[in-house]
Structure formats: C-alpha cells, structure tokens
Design a protein around this ligand. Structure first.
Ligand SMILES: CC(C)(COP(=O)(O)OP(=O)(O)OC[C@H]1O[C@@H](n2cnc3c(N)ncnc32)[C@H](O)[C@@H]1OP(=O)(O)O)[C@@H](O)C(=O)NCCC(=O)NCCS
Length: 126
C-alpha cells in the first residue's frame, strides 16, 4: 500500500451537530497490485461525534472489478498496522449489518461487534 505515517496526513472536513466544520487529520492509502489500483483506505486520526456514529477511524473500498479476491481483507489488515504505528489503538470501524462483505473483512481482521444501533449500524473496536 502507498502512503502511510511517513507522509504528512491531509485534513478532511467534518461537520459537527452544530454545523461547525472541524478539520480531521487523515491518511489516504491506495492499494496497487501489479500496477493496477484495486482499492483504497483512509485513516482518520480523531473521532468526531459524527465519525463515532458512522465512519470510525478507518474507511476502505475495493474497486468492484477486483472484489472477492481477498483484497478488502488485506487492505484492512495493512491499514490496521498503520493505525497502530500512528498510535491509534484501538481503532473504531463501523459497518452496516447487511454489508456481508465488509462484516467478513472486519471479522477476518479480529473485529467483534461491540454495539449495533436500531438502524443497523454495527461498531467494532480492533
Ligand atoms: C466490503 C469490500 C471492501 C470487500 O472487499 P473484497 O475485496 O471483496 O473483500 P475480500 O475479498 O477480502 O472478502 C472477504 C470475505 O467477504 C466475502 N464477501 C465479499 N463480498 C461479499 C458479498 N457481497 N457478499 C457476501 N460475502 C462477501 C468474501 O467471499 C470473503 O469471504 P471469506 O472470508 O469466507 O473468504 C467491498 O465489497 C467494497 O468495497 N464495498 C463497498 C465499500 C464498503 O462497503 N466499504 C466498507 C465500509 S464499512
């Protein structure tokens, strides 16, 4: 994966409940296999109220053309290594209960559901 703690993180805007924007430091990582971009992830260094409810410390995505080949699991595994290196531990991940692929990826990386909201959002601390 490209990017990581050795590079300065970018800042992403996050809006709180009062409509005030706060800038959250983040790292954007890309996953490349044989010169092909297959997916990406990002690490948010701090949690806002909104990220605590949905989003957490880590987001990830695999290009639909490259799904179900283990890349999602490997992207999260490597991203978690970087969060540890950044001192973010434990890391919060959120996932909709009906997102079977993402739930399996999180479980494969050691995630256990710690809470589920009435609207089906699961929280995991890894
Ligand atoms: C979730 C996502 C990252 C999974 O990526 P992936 O590369 O297909 O994941 P993997 O190949 O590592 O699959 C991990 C497991 O999930 C299973 N899986 C993947 N997609 C699945 C699906 N749509 N339905 C059921 N199982 C699925 C795989 O078969 C594999 O199972 P196994 O552990 O028994 O072998 C990808 O589907 C994606 O980018 N989705 C949209 C973005 C998203 O949901 N991000 C996460 C936000 S919480």
């Amino acid at each position: 994966m490209e990017g990581g703690p050795s590079r300065p993180g970018a800042f992403i805007p996050q809006c709180n409940a009062n409509g005030v924007y706060k800038r959250i430091q983040s790292n954007f990582l890309v996953a490349e296999v044989g010169g092909v971009l297959v997916g990406s992830s990002d690490i948010r260094h701090h949690l806002t109220e909104k990220l605590t409810r949905w989003g957490g410390h880590i987001g990830y995505i695999v290009d639909p053309r490259h799904r179900r080949r283990g890349y999602g699991t490997e992207i999260l595994r490597q991203t978690l290594c970087l969060t540890v290196a950044l001192g973010i531990r434990p890391a919060l991940l959120t996932c909709r209960a009906d997102n079977a692929g993402s739930s399996r990826v999180i479980h494969a990386c050691g995630g256990v559901v710690s809470a589920q909201t009435h609207d089906g959002i699961c929280s995991y601390w890894i």
